[in-house]
Structures are given as structure tokens and as C-alpha cells.
Design a protein around this ligand. Structure first.
Ligand code: FES
Ligand SMILES: [Fe+2]
Length: 483
């Protein structure tokens, strides 16, 4: 029997992914975030050392090998019970190539404690003391990533906190994903904590009122003939695209003004998932996309070799690595087409040199599209193959951002190379975090008369289209800023 025969039907159904050789499966309950099953390649990998045993262990790549060509991949041989669900999987023999999963919380990166303080205390102190500046509204209008599709199987209900709100995210029995406000209008229970899916509704855990995902209306009260008209929760417009569930936020409650484009290389299965990083940043949301237009910082903050690490206070002090240099050439501009004014582009070339001599193996050519305030797709090519970074930025609170990077690469690219690219990206992002977490937003920056500085002003004008009259502004309350 081919191993692919043993993959339960619901693997591809749940994820909507089919490919002759690869199945991407999400099995949170088994602690593996997302895997690629090399089912038909079993024999080829027969000689690779593998790990057998219970799936009830977290599969995580050890920190120590992160930079050694980013994460030797982990191979696990296991089996899925025929006709069983993913949750019932036990060991036998499917081979998983675990993607990279790197998560950094708010106080993990970008703070520099002295010897008497912990990282967390320092982060808390910086957050309380830093000057916030005259920040723009805190939640721009647009599509924001809510959850990866594979983390929301049919009938799943998840509680999430985004844009300062408690939200209930669920997938109904027809496979549609919904995002609704989490608090039940009856007596305030959280629908996502103990709520269950019934048809296209979620049923409240307190008194079993049911709310329809599509419009938020109460459709059923077990002890009343009819639900009152006002029994309703807010239902947010949803777009499920490129492996993510997104919600539309608009301060004036307008319907979506544009849609998220499909990434053809991912939809066709040519590019496959190789990992993700998740960072939590203490800054205003606009600081992060502005980094793309701030081409001048590339030649300084991002030029020291990635092997020197992320700490901005030491990357220029390690003389042993001065020979390696990252060189960047970048151009940011908004699209001229009025129907696509919510999109801007970045053309970027990266070259690496060693004592001034080019090392073309890590040269990258990037074409990135910033689509609205919270999504960037970075298409890149290199001599080692091509891929895409999906970059998702969603505010959790006014000055706290969740930043996720997913990497998909051509299926022929060995996973460890894909992971190396993702790690290189993560190191550069973490250098930015040292700046973002500690900086102030300057509404009227002092700019030089240079092409580089003019791009910043241009980006501010472009990004302002995502704010509207009722966009929420920061009500600053230092006393509540602890975490
Ligand atoms: S609180 Fe939800 S049904 Fe009563
Ligand atoms: Fe940067």
C-alpha cells in the first residue's frame, strides 16, 4: 500500500490541499504545527535517522542549531489509523519533515537589560517609560490575518484577541470560516470558550442560544419560541485565502473595498509550506510597513552579517566577522492604478560579499507587494530556487502587533535551505524589533533632501488612506500598560 493511501480523507478535505506527492496537514493536537508528508518518497529517505514514538511530544527545533544552516530537519516516522481522524493518529510510517516554528513573545526580543533586571522587567519598563509620540489612529482599515486555515478544522471554535477585541473564530459544518464578536448578548458569556458549532451557528456554552456565523443573528433559544430581533453579535467579513483566514476591519463599518489576491504558486502546489515565525512587537502598526519604504536603514542596520545575530548593541563590535556584508538595493513605490491604490511595491536586490568579493549563492531578487495595511507578499528568486514570504501584521492592542512570516518555497528546494532563508529573515526582523520596541513615533520627522527620505514622506501619504474619520485613536493610560 502506498503511504498516501493511509492518509485519511479528511487530511486534504480539512486543508483543501492536494498535490501528487505532498500533503500538508495541520495537527495541533499532536503538537506538530504543520507538516509536509513525503508519502511517496518513503524509500528514498529510508536511510535517514528517524525518531519514532508518541506524537505527544512537542516537535521543536533546538535553539542551538538555529544558525547552523538553520535547523536540520526532523524526520518522524509514524502512521495514521486508517479511516481515523487526525486526532486519532498513532505511530507507524509516514515521514514528516517538520517545518520551522519560531515564536517570540513581547518581551523576548529587542530589550537590553542590565545585570540586575530580567528581560521581562526591562521590557515592561521600556513600555511604561517610552515616549509614545503623536501616533496616527491605532487600527487602520483593511484585511487582517486572524488564523492559519489549518488551525481551524471543521467545527473548531477558537478564542482570539485582535484589534482590541475578543473574537470568536469558528468553522461551520459546511467548512465556512466565521469571525464574530465573542461576547454573547444574552448575559455576556464568551462564545469561544466552551461554545460548540451547530450547523452554521455557534452555540453559547451558558444557556445554549445559537448565533449564525454569516450575519451574527440569534437563530435559536432552547426555551423561547422566537429570538428577539436585537439578539445579535457583530459578524466580521471574512476572506480565506492563501492558507489564512482574514477579517475585514473598517472604522465606518464599510464593506470590503478590495479583495486579497490568490497566490498562484501556492494554490497550484508548486510552492510548499516550510515554516513560520511569529513575533510580538511593541510599536504602532505603521512603523512596521514604513520599514519597507525606509531604504536607508538597510545599508546600516541590515548590512552586518546575519551570523552576528540580532543584538543591535553588539553587531558592530564583533570584529571577527567584518568580512561578511549584506548589500541592499531597494525601491519602494505605490501602484499608480486607482483600483489598486491600496497596493505598494518594493523591488529589492540583496548581494552578499566576503571581504568585498561577491558570493552569489545568497543573492536574492525580491518583488514585494504590500496589500493594504497588514499583508505583504514577498516573491523572491535566488540561484538556489525561488519562494515567497507571506508577512502578516495584525494589531492585538493599540501598540502591540502580531507579526507572522510564513515561507513557501519551490517543492524541489531542500527544506533546510528554505529554513535557512526564513531564519535569515527572522534575524533581520529581530534587529528591526530592537528599534521598533524602543523608538518613538515622530509624526513630523526631520528629513533630508534625499531620495531615501522622500520615500518616507511618500509612504506616510500612501498609508494615510487606511485611516478614516472614526478610526480609533490611542487613549493613553500608562497604568494599564503592564503585561
Ligand atoms: S450568556 Fe449566552 S446564552 Fe446566555
Ligand atoms: Fe528593517
Amino acid at each position: 500500500m502506498l503511504l498516501s493511501d493511509a492518509v485519511p480523507q479528511n487530511v486534504s478535505t480539512v486543508l483543501g490541499v492536494t498535490h501528487p506527492f505532498f500533503y500538508r496537514i495541520g495537527i495541533d493536537d499532536l503538537w506538530i504545527e504543520r507538516c509536509i508528508v513525503y508519502a511517496d518518497y518513503r524509500d528514498r529517505f529510508a536511510s535517514i535517522p528517524y525518531v519514532t514514538g508518541s506524537f505527544k511530544q512537542k516537535v521543536n527545533i533546538p535553539e542551538a542549531v538555529l544558525l547552523l544552516v538553520a535547523m536540520s530537519h526532523m524526520v518522524i516516522v509514524c502512521k495514521l489509523i486508517p479511516n481515523g481522524s487526525l486526532q486519532k493518529a498513532t505511530c507507524e510510517r509516514l515521514i514528516f519533515w517538520a517545518p520551522l516554528e519560531r515564536i517570540r513573545q513581547l518581551s523576548d526580543v529587542g530589550y537590553y537589560p542590565d545585570s540586575r533586571m530580567s528581560m521581562k522587567d526591562t521590557a515592561n519598563m521600556v513600555k511604561r517609560w517610552k515616549s509614545i509620540g503623536d501616533v496616527p489612529p491605532v487600527y487602520p482599515n483593511g484585511w487582517f490575518a486572524v488564523i492559519e486555515s489549518h488551525k481551524l478544522p471543521i467545527k473548531a471554535v477558537k478564542n482570539t484577541h485582535l484589534l482590541g477585541m475578543q473574537l470568536c473564530v469558528f468553522r461551520d459544518e459546511n467548512g465556512e470560516a466565521h469571525v464574530i464578536d465573542a461576547y454573547c448578548p444574552h448575559m455576556g458569556a464568551n462564545l469561544a470558550v466552551g461554545g460548540v458549532v451547530k450547523g452554521d451557528c455557534v452555540e453559547c456554552p451558558f444557556h445554549a442560544w445559537r448565533f449564525r456565523g454569516e450575519d451574527g443573528k440569534c437563530t435559536h433559544i432552547p426555551y423561547a419560541e422566537k429570538a428577539p430581533e436585537v439578539a445579535k453579535v457583530k459578524s466580521w467579513p471574512v476572506s480565506e485565502m492563501n492558507g489564512f483566514v482574514h477579517m475585514w476591519y473598517h472604522a465606518e463599518d464599510l464593506d470590503p473595498q478590495w479583495m486579497i489576491p490568490e497566490i498562484e504558486t501556492i494554490a497550484s502546489g508548486q510552492f510548499v509550506y516550510r515554516g513560520r515565525t511569529e513575533h510580538h512587537v511593541n510599536a504602532h502598526i505603521e512603523e512596521i510597513p514604513e520599514n519597507g519604504a525606509d531604504v536607508a536603514h538597510l545599508g546600516h542596520l541590515h548590512s552586518p552579517s546575519i551570523t552576528l545575530g540580532i543584538d543591535v548593541d553588539t553587531i558592530r563590535k564583533k570584529y571577527w566577522d567584518l568580512g561578511v556584508q549584506h548589500n541592499w538595493d531597494a525601491q519602494w513605490e505605490p501602484l499608480a492604478n486607482p483600483d489598486k491604490k491600496h497596493i505598494s511595491t518594493i523591488k529589492l536586490k540583496h548581494k552578499m560579499t566576503l571581504f568585498g568579493i561577491a558570493v552569489p549563492i545568497l543573492d536574492l531578487k525580491v518583488y514585494a507587494e504590500q496589500i493594504g495595511p497588514g499583508i505583504v507578499y514577498m516573491h523572491w528568486t535566488s540561484v538556489l530556487g525561488s519562494g515567497i514570504f507571506q508577512h502578516y501584521l495584525t494589531p492585538e492592542e493599540p501598540l502591540e502587533q502580531k507579526l507572522v512570516h510564513n515561507i513557501y518555497t519551490d517543492w524541489r528546494m531542500p527544506p533546510f535551505i528554505s529554513k535557512f532563508f526564513l531564519m535569515a529573515e527572522a534575524i533581520q526582523v529581530e534587529r528591526d524589533m530592537s528599534i521598533w520596541n524602543n523608538k518613538k513615533f515622530i509624526s513630523k520627522p526631520v528629513l533630508s533632501k534625499s531620495k531615501e527620505c522622500s520615500m518616507i514622506s511618500k509612504h506616510r501619504r500612501w498609508y494615510s488612506q487606511f485611516y478614516s474619520e472614526n478610526s480609533p485613536r490611542l487613549k493613553f493610560q500608562k497604568d494599564t500598560l503592564d503585561w
